[in-house]
Write a protein that binds this ligand. Sequence first.
Ligand code: SF4
Length: 283
Amino acid sequence: MSDAATATAPSVVDERAQVGVDERAQVAVDVLAKDAIERLAAIAREFPRVGFASSLGAEDQVLTDLIFSANLPIAIFTLDTGRLHADTVGLIDRVQAHYGKRLDVFRPVDESVQAYVTANGANAFYESVELRKSCCFIRKVEPLRRALASRDAWITGQRRAQSVTRADLPLREHDATHGIEKFNPLADWSEDDVWTYIRSRGVPYNPLHDRGYPSIGCDPCTRAIRPGEDVRAGRWWWESSDSKECGLHIASPLPGAAGESATAEPRVEPRIEPNSPEVNLER
Ligand code: SF4
């Protein structure tokens, strides 16, 4: 065998092997998608007023595609905090144009935002954890509470593989904060499953994911991460890791508060103490 042949053969084998892996991954994801649709349909049958809280993250885009493509009777809503990246706001329009269907968009109460800005400044969230949580409460927690007020259950895109603290994430749980059932139909999906689904089906996604933003929140509170950093490192990067929550997926009831909206990245779930306006919806 010539040197040239020796050098060429492995790459051909590797290429075919790669195709084989991709094909297997595709088949596996097709099975997962079929199961997920059955899960979603069952949820909709049991809870006719169920809503899906989309953060517009990658997992949420998968769920949106499953719900819209299968014509499932599940309302999809998202929160526009007023401080999102232009790419994230643009994704709302792209999703609606792609599927020809609308997302329900919940926004903070103008008066509350104005009062906060007047009293503290537009970017006061950099000054203390308390001011940051207050901003998250006004822009995320309260709107989520409104969004869930008419729902008898809600759906998120959380996955077990997102963090060790979610290793036991159930497909179904009771959300004591909002007093309704909560479902995580992608709990057993991997990161690769999510992206195989998105790439193979041409699902619209936030271009920030391609620019170093695995976890996307509000523009002033999210930065791109560097190689080797935790996927949550870009969120509220100026704070210590144990305070990085905005309160949308907390497990314990909040005093007069609601949860956070959408979904989806590895993080440590801190205990929410009474009188702490924490919530935790992935943005
Ligand atoms: S993530 Fe930042 S800008 Fe967005 S609601 Fe929280 S503190 Fe406010």
